[in-house]
Design a protein around this ligand. Structure first.
Ligand SMILES: C[S@@+](CC[C@H](N)C(=O)[O-])C[C@H]1O[C@@H](n2cnc3c(N)ncnc32)[C@H](O)[C@@H]1O
Length: 251
């Protein structure tokens, strides 16, 4: 069961130093953001703890931030308050988005940071992409970042343990990823993430969550984007790289 409600409490230990400040997270999308008017309507549809949404609001955009996890949405609302940002944060899964917004509401939709693999297989993924596409105005763009599952699967099941302590809010932690790679692409895979924090007295507090995911090949994603009425404008996919970004516009 993927819900992120446990990880939400300690999610900053999973975000890179570079993306922790909201302005810097948003700046990592400067190229695509330069295509928008400054008061554009944007949606971050898997907002996590809200760094991107708050960074976009800081640029004057009208931002809606949604996520399937109630705890993530709460953290996004707290971060917005902390930064005095105007972000409308609400709980909604990708499939539920069309119940809340008219078709064509947004100039840009973001689905970033390895979220889409949580959609249940090809049918779940197409349903999620269909929702995102519906909410875009004609010519609007979906910005999606993804793990390159071609590479992840080639490394098989394994344990990745951070080789340095990650320090956040004055507290050090070791971060562990356990990858459970199924024999076939279409099957449910798992990633177990554990964050072991040490306090000043040397006690260890472990928080962990088992996440379900359904990998996809880049070629499949391209076809699926096309199927839901999106045309790929930019892709940074490369066989040897860990992650890639796709920008696709609504036809
Ligand atoms: C790896 S986190 C990425 C968070 C954020 N975008 C970032 O870059 O830090 C994946 C997020 O996707 C959300 N998510 C998973 N399944 C979802 C669904 N069906 N609909 C909407 N959000 C979902 C999770 O709750 C989680 O916050």
């Amino acid at each position: 069961m993927t819900d992120y409600d446990v990880l939400a409490e300690v999610y900053e230990w999973l975000i890179s130093d570079a993306k922790l400040p909201p302005a810097e997270f948003a700046a990592s999308f400067d190229d695509v953001l330069s295509l928008l008017p400054s008061n554009a309507h944007v949606l971050d549809c898997s907002c996590g703890t809200g760094q991107l949404a708050v960074g976009l609001a800081g640029r004057g955009m009208q931002v809606v931030a949604t996520d399937a996890s109630e705890a993530m949405v709460r953290r996004t609302a707290e971060l917005s308050e902390e930064f005095g940002a105007s972000v409308r944060a609400m709980r909604a899964t990708w499939e539920e988005l069309p119940d809340h917004f008219e078709d064509g509401t947004f100039d840009m939709v973001f689905c970033v940071g390895n979220a889409l693999h949580h959609a249940a297989g090809a049918p779940g993924r197409v349903a999620a992409l269909e929702s995102m596409s519906r909410l875009l105005r004609p010519g609007g763009r979906l910005v999606l970042t993804s793990r390159a599952w071609e590479l992840v699967r080639s490394m098989g099941s394994r344990l990745d343990i951070s080789d340095r302590l990650v320090r956040r809010n004055g507290r050090d932690a070791v971060v562990v990823y356990r990858w459970e790679i199924a024999p076939h692409w279409e099957e449910e895979h798992h990633i177990e993430i554990a964050i072991a924090q040490f306090d000043a007295t040397g006690r260890v507090l472990v928080r962990s969550e088992l996440l379900s995911c359904w990998p996809y090949r880049y070629e499949e994603l391209e076809l699926e984007l096309h199927r839901v009425g999106l045309r790929t404008d930019v892709s940074t996919f490369e066989r040897e790289a860990d992650n890639y970004m796709v920008v696709a516009s609504k036809i």
